[in-house]
Design a binder for this molecule. Sequence first.
Ligand code: DC
Length: 223
Amino acid sequence: MKRIIIAIDGHSACGKSTLAKGLAKSLHYAYLDTGAMYRAVTLYFLDHHIDYNDPAAVEAALQHIEIHFERIEGQNRTFLDGRDVERDIREMRVSEHVSPVSAISAVRRAMVQQQKTMGQRRGIVADGRDIGTVVFPDAELKIFLVADLDVRTSRRHLELAAKGIDAEWEDVKKNLLERDRIDSTRADSPLRQADDAVVIDNTLLSEEQQLEKALALAKERIG
Ligand code: DC
C-alpha cells in the first residue's frame, strides 16, 4: 500500500499531537513530534546556562545536542543526550522559552535537517508549525488545525495536571497567546497555513470525531 506523509500544523495546544498520535496508530505510521525537538533544545540551553541570544554559543551547543525518540510501553518518549526528558520538556519553564529559541535560524536549520531525514521512508505523521510549508512541502495530506483559545487553554491545563505539573489556568492562557504571537510573526518559517492544507476546526469536535475526519482524508490520499 502507498505510504504517505501527513503534515499537521496549527497554534499551540490545538490538539495536533492527539490527532497525530491517533492517525499514526490507526495507519501503523511513525509519529514525529517536532515541537518536542525544539523543547529539548530549549531544555539543553536552560540546563547548561547557555545564552541563546549569543549566536556563537548557540552554534557550539548545537554540535553537542543529540535528540532521538523511543517508543516505551506504547508511549513516545523524547531523549536528549541519552536521557529521557519527556516530562521535563513539558514544564512551563521550557514553554516560556521555547518560542524565542525556535525562532533562531541555526536551531531551525539543525532540526529541519533531522526531520527531513526521519521522513525519507514516508509512512509518517508529523506535527508542528512549519511541517506543510517547510519540512514536508510535498506531504500528500496537510491539515491545519484550529480551535478556540479558551478551549485550547483548558485542554492544555488538564494535560499538565494529568502529568502532575501544577500551573495556573491564566498563566497557561498567557503562554499560549505569547507563543502564538512569536511563532506566527518570526522571520524564519513562521506558522502559516499551507495553500494546499485542509482546515479542521476541532473546537466542538471530540477526539474521535476529529480523528474520523482526518482518517477519511488520509484514506482518500492513500487510495
Ligand atoms: O508543539 P509544541 O507546543 O510542543 O511546540 C513548542 C514550540 O516549538 C512552539 O511554541 C514553536 C516551536 N515549534 C516550531 O517552531 N516549529 C515546529 N515545527 C514545532 C514547534
